[in-house]
Design a binder for this molecule. Structure first.
Ligand SMILES: N[C@@H](CCC(=O)N[C@@H](CS)C(=O)NCC(=O)O)C(=O)O
Length: 196
């Protein structure tokens, strides 16, 4: 049984997508980030960066005591290794999936987050910040578009259709952040609508 500390945001959806696709048993523990639940001491004990998602695996693969994991990328890797799903075993396939997953974790996610923050939520409009993050997000969409012109998924050459058994964790990782990515096989046409 997995305990999932979750709130319905793109980062949270990444983990529910994996858990659902893998058919794992899990219990959701809501972390209402608008009410400050992420700062509760019991949550910080498993997620010291006061961000959700986080998990506790009560039945880890090694049969030992429960393991807690924070950071969505680390959780996806952990679950992929636990289940043997969504992460290629060969070195080339695995490297492609992990490099694009880290690209998402370190690039697309944070830059799009800052983009939305300065464009929509910041108490004052700061043109420099807005321009910087809009440009950086567009640059990253361009990187993604060029990649997806070559392979059907960021993680590599898996079947075109979004069959759950074939989708690497990069797709699970990026899809919730980019609505429509999988639906349209992330064609140039689809990606162009994200830029608008
Ligand atoms: N790098 C983290 C980011 C997680 C994150 O930003 N979570 C947000 C919701 S999507 C959060 O918990 N925010 C709470 C806060 O800002 O205090 C991950 O990938 O798990």
């Amino acid at each position: 049984m997995i305990d999932l500390f979750y709130w319905p945001t793109p980062n949270g959806h990444k983990i529910t997508l994996f858990l659902e696709e893998a058919g794992l048993d899990y219990t959701i523990h809501p972390v209402d980030i608008s009410a400050g639940d992420q700062f509760r001491p019991e949550f910080l004990a498993i997620s010291p960066n006061n961000r959700m998602p986080a998990i506790i695996d009560r039945n880890p693969k090694d049969g030992g005591e429960a393991i807690s994991v924070f950071e969505s990328g680390a959780i996806l890797l952990y679950l992929a290794e636990k289940t043997g799903r969504f992460l290629p075993v060969d070195i080339r396939g695995r490297t492609a999936v992990t490099e694009w997953m880290f690209w998402q974790v370190g690039g697309l996610g944070p830059m799009a987050g800052q983009n939305h923050h300065f464009g929509q939520y910041a108490p004052e409009q700061i043109p420099y910040a807005i321009t910087r993050y809009v440009n950086e997000t567009n640059r990253l969409y361009g990187v993604m578009e060029r990649r997806l012109a070559q392979v059907p998924f960021l993680g590599g050459a898996v079947p075109r259709r979004c069959r759950s058994s074939a989708v690497p964790i990069t797709a699970l990782r990026t899809w919730p952040a980019i609505p429509g990515l999988c639906r349209g096989s992330a064609s140039s046409r689809t990606l162009r609508t994200f830029r608008a």
